[in-house]
Design a protein around this ligand. Structure first.
Ligand code: AMP
Ligand code: MG
Length: 331
C-alpha cells in the first residue's frame, strides 16, 4: 500500500471520507498528537486500528467529534459538572469519559460500559471531523509503544505502507496527549494527565482527584499499564536532584565511545556540552510541546539518551513527567 501525505483541502478530505466509509483508517492532526481515525460504528474498521498499530486489545480508544456534534447521541451526560468542564475547556485537549449509551461498537471501549469522547481544537481536525460527519475512534498514529507523532513525517515513519492517507496539518502545538478525565462519578477523576491539569479541572468543578490504582485493582484506564512513548535508542532517566549522577554517566558512556545525548530543561543544560543537549525549554507549555519532537530527534541521533527529569512536577508537568517516565521505562 502506498501512503500519501496530503495537505488538508477539499480533495484530501473527500478521499479521507471515502476511506473511512469503506472501513479504512486515516491519520489526521490534532492540537495534541496525530491520530489514526476510523469509523467508531464499524467493528471491522475499529479492529483495523488495533491491527495497524499492534495495539493491545484491552486498551480502549477515544472517540473524536466536531464541536457542534450532539454528544448525547453517544453517551449519558448526567453530571452537571461535566457541562461546566466542556464549557471551560472544549474544544481542547481534554477527553471526558462518560457512561456509554452503546451507539458505537463495543470494541472502541474494549467492552467497558463507558466511552471516552474528545473534541479537538485543531482547525484541521475540526474540518476533518465535520467533513466525514461520523464519530471517529482514534488513538495516536504510531506503532504501539513507540513515541507519539507530532508531525505528518513522524506518522509516515511508523505507518508507511500500512495506511493510505496522512492528512498534514503541520506540527502539533500541544505536544502531549489529552488529559483523560472520568466524569461518571460524583466528582471528576483524572485517569491520564495532560495539558488540562487536575488543578485547572478542580477550579471549575470544585473538586478533582488524580486516579492512583491500588495494588491488585483492575486499572480504570487500561492504557496506563503499558510501556509507551519509547524511542528506539537506549534511555536512562535521572531525577532532577541527581544531575551530578547524570553528568558522571554522560562522561562514562562518552569515554566508552558511545554517542550520548541529553534531554533536559533549560536550567540544567549548562552541565553538558552544548552540542549534545536536546533542550526541552523553560516553561511548562514549551516542555510539553517539545517532548516528543526531541524524543524523535534523540532516537535519530543517539546511541543512548540520558533524560533529566524536570524539577517541577505538578500542573501540566504531571503529564510531561508521566510520558517521560514511561518512555524511559524498562518494559
Ligand atoms: P491513546 O489513544 O493512545 O491516546 O490512549 C487513550 C487513553 O484513554 C488510554 O490511556 C485509555 O486507557 C484511555 N481510555 C480510553 N477509553 C477509556 C474508557 N472508556 N475508560 C477509561 N479510559 C479510557
Ligand atoms: Mg498512544
Amino acid at each position: 500500500m502506498v501512503t500519501h501525505i496530503e495537505q488538508i483541502g477539499e480533495a484530501s478530505l473527500s478521499r479521507a471520507k471515502a476511506i473511512l466509509e469503506e472501513g479504512g483508517a486515516v491519520a489526521f492532526p490534532t492540537e495534541t498528537v496525530y491520530g489514526l481515525g476510523a469509523d467508531a460504528r464499524n467493528d471491522a474498521a475499529v479492529a483495523g486500528i488495533y491491527r495497524i498499530k499492534g495495539r493491545p486489545s484491552d486498551n480502549p480508544l477515544i472517540v473524536h467529534v466536531h464541536k457542534d456534534y450532539d454528544i448525547e447521541k453517544l453517551v449519558y451526560d448526567d453530571r452537571p459538572y461535566a457541562k461546566k468542564l466542556r464549557e471551560a475547556f472544549l474544544p481542547g485537549p481534554l477527553t471526558l469519559v462518560y457512561r456509554s449509551c452503546g451507539a458505537v461498537c463495543g470494541r472502541v471501549s474494549c467492552g467497558l460500559d463507558t466511552l471516552a469522547v474528545r473534541v479537538p481544537s485543531h482547525e484541521g481536525a475540526q474540518r476533518f471531523l465535520r467533513y466525514v460527519d461520523m464519530p471517529v475512534a482514534a488513538p495516536s498514529a504510531n506503532i504501539s509503544k513507540h513515541i507519539s507523532p507530532v508531525s505528518a513525517e513522524h506518522v509516515y515513519e511508523d505507518l508507511n505502507g500500512r495506511i493510505e492517507l496522512i492528512l498534514d496539518g503541520g506540527r502539533c502545538s500541544g505536544g502531549i496527549e489529552s488529559t483523560v478525565c472520568d466524569v461518571t462519578g460524583e466528582y471528576p477523576v483524572v485517569l491520564r494527565s495532560g495539558l488540562v491539569s487536575a488543578e485547572m479541572i478542580a477550579e471549575v468543578a470544585g473538586r478533582c482527584e488524580i486516579y492512583v490504582p491500588k495494588s491488585g485493582e483492575q486499572v480504570r484506564s487500561p492504557g496506563m499499564k503499558y510501556k509507551h512513548y519509547a524511542p528506539k535508542c537506549s534511555t536512562k532517566l535521572f531525577d532532577a536532584s541527581k544531575v551530578q549522577l547524570a553528568v558522571d554517566e554522560f562522561k562514562k558512556l562518552t569515554a566508552k565511545g558511545m554517542n550520548v545525548y541529553v534531554l533536559c530543561e533549560e536550567d540544567v543544560k549548562a552541565f553538558f556540552p552544548k552540542e549534545k543537549v536536546l533542550d526541552l525549554g523553560e516553561s511548562e507549555r514549551e516542555m510539553a510541546a517539545n517532548l516528543y519532537e526531541l524524543l524523535h530527534e534523540g532516537e535519530r541521533l543517539a546511541d543512548i539518551l540520558i533524560a533529566v527529569e524536570p524539577k517541577k512536577k505538578d500542573g501540566i508537568m504531571a503529564g510531561v513527567i508521566n510520558r517521560l517516565t514511561k518512555a524511559c521505562a524498562e518494559e
